[in-house]
Design a protein around this ligand. Structure first.
Ligand code: HEC
Ligand code: HEC
Length: 340
């Protein structure tokens, strides 16, 4: 072989070798900085903790377990079925997990995973900074139609301990996946109760019943198998679920049960809105002093069905829409951007 050709071959091999070494060095540096990129299941870095296998030992573990029981079998542990009348804090026979599905761990059902990271936060309903304890009592007095839990009670301590345990070690990315409900595009029309009634008969009645009263579980202390959607044993008229937009978002991401998820809803946005309006059109317990909610009336959510309001729209329009003119009014007049 000619010397010239040999030299050029050698130099090419050198270039390749150097290139290879640079790549290896880059890989080593990347691995030391971001090792999760090299794992074959990067999304599995954080898992929802299991109440069966992941509880800490001792007192702490027992407190978390108590919080789990209070929220999954609420009527029995702090509701109308509790043997000790002193413990009957919630007023209806719903369990927290009837709305916060999979005991607060299902994405898109106002999950409690990461929730303790979001409090204290400003709350328009009370017009002040609220703690996680205040927020829990918001659901106690409205969704559960009951009494607030004393701040230092064992029950409150246990529920917060359970939520903190669920939130431990969660990343920003996972937080966003679990929080809140899916969005619902609002149509230009009011909700259509007749259409809602048809959807109810087709998609909901089989479990919740034609009379909306639900079906009680066999082991009667635990509560409902299919919870009621209206009537005396349902959430009261001051609850978030009694706002048609909020109920539509919950329904879109979670109902029909077992078929809908926030990533794969079954109903269209308009169907969810119409059936939400239908269930919220029935009588339910009244929250006392609801006129005192939202001391700053400008902060009241658009579909809050009870007054007073600081705008020219009727109670009917607040409840059933069309919501867009109300949203536009607050945007134009006060530069307040309302979404619900
Ligand atoms: C009838 C349905 C329903 C029941 C039952 C219910 N909640 Fe809620 N809860 C909601 C809705 C709806 C929201 C969100 C309201 C909103 O967007 O304004 C919410 C929000 C919350 C939040 C705040 C979530 C966040 O991301 O900020 C907490 C904490 C909470 N509920 C705890 C509880 C506890 C504890 C119980 C039982 C004692 C309970 N809830 C029972 C419907 C319910
Ligand atoms: C297969 C039975 C089933 C069907 C069908 C179904 N649900 Fe539910 N629904 C449930 C169960 C079970 C829960 C409580 C979830 C839990 O505790 O895990 C629930 C909870 C709810 C809740 C919150 C709790 C409450 O009582 O207020 C609402 C609201 C609701 N469903 C509305 C609907 C609507 C609207 C439809 C029809 C679009 C529907 N559901 C279809 C079984 C069903």
């Amino acid at each position: 072989m000619e010397v010239g050709r040999l030299l050029s071959l050698l130099s090419r091999i050198t270039v390749l070798l150097v290139g290879f070494l640079v790549l290896v060095a880059f890989g080593v540096v990347l691995f030391s900085v971001k090792p999760e990129l090299f794992s074959s299941h990067p999304e599995e870095s954080w898992k929802v903790p299991s109440i069966e296998t992941d509880l800490p030992d001792g007192k702490k573990g027992r407190l978390i377990k108590y919080g789990y029981l209070l929220t999954s079998e609420t009527p029995r542990w702090m509701g109308p079925q509790a043997s000790d009348p002193e413990l009957r804090f919630s007023g209806n026979n719903l369990s927290c997990k009837n709305c916060h599905l999979e005991n607060g761990t299902k994405p898109g059902s106002a999950s409690w995973i990461g929730v303790t990271e979001r409090y204290p936060q400003f709350r328009g309903r009370e017009n002040k900074i609220g703690t996680i304890e205040d927020r829990i009592n918001g659901c106690m007095e409205r969704s559960m139609n009951g009494k607030p839990l004393p701040g230092h009670s064992k029950q409150m301590e246990a529920i917060v301990a359970y939520m903190e345990w669920l939130s431990d070690g969660i990343s920003e990315k996972d937080l966003a996946l679990y929080a809140g409900f899916p969005n619902v595009q609002l149509p230009d029309r009011a909700a259509d109760l007749l259409h809602g009634k048809e959807i109810y008969a087709r998609e909901c009645e089989v479990c919740h019943g034609a009379d909306g009263k639900g079906i009680w579980m066999n082991d009667s202390l635990k509560g409902y198998q299919y919870p009621p959607l209206w009537g005396d044993d349902s959430y009261n008229h001051g609850a978030g679920m009694n706002r048609v937009i909020t109920a539509a978002q919950f329904i879109k991401g979670n109902m029909p049960f077992g078929q809908a998820t926030s990533l794969q809803p079954k109903l269209t946005d308009e169907e969810a809105l119409d059936v939400a309006a239908y269930i919220d059109s029935f009588d339910r317990p009244l929250k006392q002093h609801s006129e005192l909610d939202f001391p700053d009336k400008l902060l009241k959510p658009v579909s809050t069905p009870y007054g007073p309001w600081d705008d020219p729209f009727t109670a009917e329009q607040h409840k059933y829409g069309p919501y867009k003119p109300i949203i536009d009014y607050y945007q134009e007049k006060f530069e307040i951007r309302k979404t619900k």
